[in-house]
Write a protein that binds this ligand. Structure first.
Ligand SMILES: [Ca+2]
Length: 259
């Protein structure tokens, strides 16, 4: 009798195991179907700039220009991010200085893409004439992408006198810049407090829409992104006017994926 009960128990357990096994397989298959195709991903956790992914870009005179991967955590923990640091004291006051990185590879947007990244404005005590931006630009330069003929940009601009900033979305087509989103600028000049910004840019090529999500909230949606190009380099940029002491901003968790 005991042998029979044991046998039945073993049978039941084996069947349950098979069922759970099948369910696990189903879940894995489902996940695989939902898996994004990642075109570019960097969380900078290696602690150095990966030159297979990124090329440094620079234009203008700086007293100090640093583009590197930096541990921003003052404790024994590590928090590596892409650091853009500019000091422009004593530089030419008729130029704006640009620096940053661009992707080494061109990214194809014809299938629609989701670009996400984090931008830390780093609690600027004086963010005047400071900008932090992402450009998608079909042409390659190691200088300033803003000068190229075509691009789409999302970024922040410091608003005088000190701590505030505002968002900007602009597109340049055949040399003409069109502002899509300025947070009321120039009529509204107060800006707002920004800190650690989690940004998602969703380009849908089927219906040509562009959506921008900031810290989980949609701040911009257009039914037509109007981009004339379907592949582009991704540029992460900082600009500063002359005569500002060292200022740093950080980028992190850059992902470009198709859905
Ligand atoms: Ca990181």
């Amino acid at each position: 009798m005991a042998v029979l009960i044991t046998l039945v128990l073993v049978l039941v357990l084996v069947c349950c195991g098979l069922k759970i096994g099948n369910r696990t397989d189903d879940i894995i298959a489902e996940r695989l179907e939902l898996t994004e195709i990642v075109e570019l991903r960097d969380n900078f956790s290696d602690g150095t700039l990966n030159l297979q992914l990124w090329q440094i870009t620079r234009e203008g005179d700086f007293k100090e220009s640093i583009i590197d991967v930096y541990d921003v955590d003052p404790t024994e923990n590590v928090d590596f991010r892409l650091r853009l640091r500019a000091n422009t004291i004593g530089t030419r006051d008729d130029t704006v200085k640009f620096h940053g990185v661009r992707s080494v590879e061109k990214i194809n947007f014809s299938e629609g893409k989701e670009i996400s990244f984090d931008l830390d404005w780093n609690n600027q005590s004086n963010g005047c004439y400071l900008t932090a931006s992402l450009y998608l630009c079909p042409t390659v330069t190691n200088g300033n992408p803003r000068k190229e003929k075509d691009w789409l940009k999302f970024g922040y601009v410091g608003v005088p006198p000190e701590r505030n900033a505002r968002g900007v979305i602009a597109a340049k087509s055949d040399g003409k810049v069109k502002y899509l989103y300025t947070e009321g600028w120039p009529e509204q000049r107060t800006g707002r407090h920004i800190a650690y910004q989690r940004i998602k840019i969703i380009l849908d090529d089927k219906n040509k829409s562009l959506k921008i999500i900031e810290n989980g909230k949609e701040i911009y949606c257009s039914l037509s992104h109007g981009l004339e190009f379907s592949s582009a380099y991704l540029y992460l940029q900082m600009s500063s006017h002359s005569n500002y002491p060292a200022r740093e901003i950080y980028f992190d968790n850059v992902v470009v994926a198709s859905k």
